[in-house]
Design a protein around this ligand. Structure first.
Ligand SMILES: [Zn+2]
Length: 269
């Protein structure tokens, strides 16, 4: 059985933060009450860099572009009894089956901005198109805006992706950046995951933790360590650019690899 955790390194935060324009965009989105759009803004920005500054973006995004980690991951898991937990909000990794849970959400579903629990819908192609238009304005003209409110007024249409049928509030992307994050978006799969995890006890288990930092340690890092510690037949493998060390309890039944998780995944045949 294989338990996989995907973390922050898949959000490219470190690479994106090298671009002041990206950070400025995040700041404006936050001020405008549109922080829920950040996961989509990340992908938009990474694509934009690739298009407009291929040389500068070369080192930052090349592995991602040339040998997609998603395909590598799927190949690795082919025919195995696995579960993937991802705290990354990058849903380009998601391969749409019932063994892949994203507790921090992403940009695949939308929810009520006020948090009405039962309101969850799939993001449409039309929504994506609108958001891209909004990001285009954010990217091109961020200096013309007098703060978030001004931006919101000038781009209002592009960030309207529907209304809540319950309370009439605007819909927003269902992720942890949303002010009233609706956790029902992943709860069903989370329960499936919990049951699957119970079934790993006394079975041969590979725990593969990829690029998970200390942003939400209680979701992947600590429970994964625990799962490996209590299982006699477990092997724990941690791949991380900086936080690759294993705890003392796991010495002898695991390894830490000091490498960026995307690079590591891309080099697998
Ligand atoms: Zn509502």
């Amino acid at each position: 059985m294989i338990l996989i955790g995907l973390g922050e390194e898949f959000d490219f935060t470190k690479q994106l933060k090298k671009y002041p324009q990206y950070e400025e965009g995040c700041r404006i989105l936050k001020e405008a009450g549109l922080y829920w759009a950040v996961p989509a803004w990340n992908m938009f920005f990474a694509d934009k860099m690739e298009e407009e500054h291929p040389m500068a973006a070369w080192n930052a995004f090349l592995p991602w572009k040339t040998s997609t980690p998603r395909e590598k991951l799927m190949k690795l898991l082919e025919g195995k009894d696995y579960f993937v937990v991802s705290t990354s909000v990058n849903d380009q990794l998601f391969f749409g089956d019932d063994r892949f849970v994203m507790p921090c959400g992403g940009s695949l579903k939308k929810q009520c901005g006020e948090g009405c629990e039962e309101v969850l819908q799939a993001v449409t192609e039309e929504d994506r198109k609108k958001l891209r238009q909004g990001f285009e304005i954010l990217y091109e003209g961020e200096r013309r805006f007098h703060g978030g409110e001004d931006f919101r007024e000038k781009t209002a249409d592009f960030f309207q992706i529907g209304k809540c049928p319950k309370c009439g509030a605007g819909l927003v992307l269902n992720n942890i950046y949303a002010e009233n994050y609706n956790e029902q978006g992943y709860m069903e799969l989370w329960n499936t995951y919990k049951k699957w995890l119970q079934g790993t006890l006394n079975r041969r288990l590979l725990v593969l933790e990829l690029g998970v930092g200390m942003q939400y340690p209680s979701v992947i890092r600590w429970p994964f360590e625990k799962a490996a510690f209590f299982n006699q037949k477990a092997f724990f493998c941690r791949v991380n650019e900086t936080l690759y060390q294993l705890t003392e309890e796991l010495s002898g039944k695991g390894c830490g690899i000091s490498m960026n998780a995307i690079d590591w995944l891309c080099q697998l045949c």
